[in-house]
Design a protein around this ligand. Structure first.
Ligand SMILES: C[S@@+](CC[C@H](N)C(=O)[O-])C[C@H]1O[C@@H](n2cnc3c(N)ncnc32)[C@H](O)[C@@H]1O
Length: 554
């Protein structure tokens, strides 16, 4: 019998022995190796610290449980042993492993290539962490051990576990039923597990063979929760090795998600290996620009993509189409810094709809520090200094003033592209944010089909999460500032004129927008149509951003 692809990749979990993977799943379930089980065992504080990769409080608690210093429920000592092994970098004997996970566990773990010998003890070769998805599905996810679980800098082909970026992408992904979905740069497979809940078939790609081996292992380990038949994995999941869009050239998908290796990394002539989990090997932000340019080409008509990315914000926009004086004749000291979106705007083909939300902006120094620490490069002070200098020179060579990070939404429209939104939202938003994105896109599409006459005929209501806030100087007759606030979704705030506030307060679905405008005009004695057309523009914006909703009568 042939060995299925990616089922026996060296230095990765093996998944060719399905029975052994199933035995491990049973052993984990038997000790309640679950999100809630471990939270209950560790307590809120140590559990939260562990999620931030701070292991000390969890280790302390586990030692107390194993040493009998604190009361533990029956079975919790075995769970403590499993947590120590798979999450805290602890080691034990062959008998110890069997005592924790049941008879035969040692053989099973060996067969799956999950343990290795270190200083006469058996330690886990992988991190295994329970993950509770937003829809309640409980999973176990194997990935490479993190910096907090093993000494030294990370491996160059490190397979990431579930990080904040993975969750951000999962929460940004629209969970609409689709026939085909692609996860580009799958890592441990986290996005695939979520996609299986609403996509008939999922394709996962990665440059790293090890990443695909982890994904395959995780799929089989969680086959029950994911509704997969391990012997017929190929019916629903396809794993392809290759760079970026190369393995799926010529194909189309209804949905593409990606947390690509976008981290800007100084390129060096004597470059050895890359940190493939985050670095695509191209200079500056070229990987993101190339991906945004090409990605709409693999979307089916109406297909959408959601991805994460970052972009350099340059002191001078050297690539901008020239209208004024030539670049070398301009007095740049007078020029304001180009907008953050000047470059990303140009990367997206004119045929695609796009919405980019910049969530964060870092100075070049903050950016370098973040990513050097991410790979624990500060553990070697000399290398850290050299790498910091490389970053400074690299950013300076392109005049980088800052680096923006955010979420990117793309669509291949069925007709002409009409949606282009580039905005900065730095405040906390509701998670998962995807339903708000879907609703905003639906509102945008509905408004596109409405001329002003149809909008005037529409009946509107105020969305359930919206409140009004009035600010007034003590003793003033009228409020100086009226704000409309969203409690959910993107949690926007909108400044209203007195007329707009009057309009919104009458939106209970009874009167049409035109009738409300006419009534306002009569009340406020507008001459001709007064500010009605400006107000109509504002109403479009309020509907587009979800403050007002079109009712079925519209
Ligand atoms: C930031 S990780 C994302 C992992 C996972 N999808 C998540 O959401 O956490 C990026 C992944 O892209 C892969 N990768 C790196 N270079 C690639 C390339 N040129 N083409 C495809 N995948 C690549 C890495 O191996 C890694 O698994």
């Amino acid at each position: 019998m042939s060995i299925p692809e990616f089922s026996r990749v060296p230095d990765s979990p093996y998944s060719d022995d399905v029975k052994a993977v199933e035995a491990l799943a049973q052993a984990l379930a038997a000790v309640d190796f679950s999100y809630e089980g471990i939270r209950g065992l560790l307590g809120e504080g140590p559990f939260a610290a562990l999620a931030r990769d701070h292991v000390v409080p969890a280790r302390h608690r586990i030692r107390q449980v194993l040493g009998g210093e604190v009361a533990a429920r029956p079975g919790q000592r075995r769970l403590a042993g499993a947590v120590e092994l798979f999450m805290l970098g602890g080691g034990t004997s062959q008998e110890g492993l069997d005592a924790v996970l049941g008879e035969g566990a040692f053989e099973t773990l060996r067969a799956l290539n999950l343990i290795e010998e270190a200083d006469g003890r058996w330690v886990s070769a992988v991190d295994l962490t329970p993950h509770a998805a937003d829809d309640g599905t409980e999973l176990w996810v194997a990935s490479d051990l993190g910096a907090h679980q093993r000494p030294g800098a990370l491996k160059r082909d490190h397979v990431l576990g579930i990080g904040q970026a993975s969750l951000t992408l999962a929460q940004f992904t629209e969970r609409r039923p689709v026939r085909s979905a692609l996860d580009l740069g799958t890592g441990c497979g986290i996005q695939v597990f979520h996609l299986l809940a609403h996509a008939e078939r999922v394709t996962a790609t990665d440059l790293s063979e090890r990443a695909l081996a982890f994904t395959r292992f995780n799929l089989i380990l969680n086959a029950g929760a994911l509704g997969l038949d391990p012997s017929r994995l190929g019916d629903r999941v396809e794993l392809l090795r290759g760079s970026l869009l190369e393995p799926v050239a010529g194909r189309e998908f209804d949905l593409v998600v990606s947390n690509p290796p976008f981290v800007i990394t100084p390129r060096r002539e004597d470059e050895d290996e890359l940190y493939t989990y985050r670095d695509g090997g191209l200079p500056g932000d070229q990987l993101v620009s190339e991906l945004l340019g090409a990605l709409p080409g693999i979307l089916a008509p109406g297909g959408r993509a959601q991805l994460l990315g970052n972009w350099e914000i340059h002191e001078i926009d050297a690539e901008a189409p020239q209208t004024g004086p030539r670049q070398d004749q301009r007095d740049d000291s007078q020029e304001p810094r180009p907008a953050w979106d000047a470059r990303p705007r140009r990367w997206i083909p004119a045929t695609a709809d796009a919405w980019i939300i910049q969530r964060e902006e870092l100075s070049p120094e903050e950016y370098a520090e973040t990513w050097l620490r991410d790979a624990s490069q500060q553990r070697d002070p000399e290398a850290f200094e050299a790498a910091s200098l490389d970053y400074s020179r690299d950013f300076a060579s392109r005049g980088v003033a800052a680096v923006g990070f955010g979420m990117i939404w793309l669509r291949r429209p069925e007709g002409e592209a009409a949606l282009r939104r580039f905005e900065e939202i730095g405040h906390p938003i509701q998670q998962p944010v995807a339903p708000a994105i879907t609703a905003a896109v639906e509102a945008h599409d509905a408004l596109e089909r409405m001329d002003d006459e149809r909008l005037r005929a529409a009946h509107l209501t105020v969305a359930g999460d919206v409140t009004e806030e009035r600010h007034q100087r003590p003793g003033a007759e009228h409020p100086g500032v009226i704000l409309l606030r969203q409690g959910a979704g993107l949690r926007r705030t909108e400044l209203l004129s007195t007329e707009a506030a009057g309009f919104v307060s009458a939106c209970d679905g009874e009167l049409s927008a035109g009738q409300i405008l006419d009534a306002l005009g009569a009340l406020l004695e507008w001459e001709d149509e007064g500010p009605a057309s400006d107000l109509l523009l504002h109403i479009r914006r309020l509907v587009g951003h979800g403050f007002l909703e079109l009712t079925a009568r519209s």
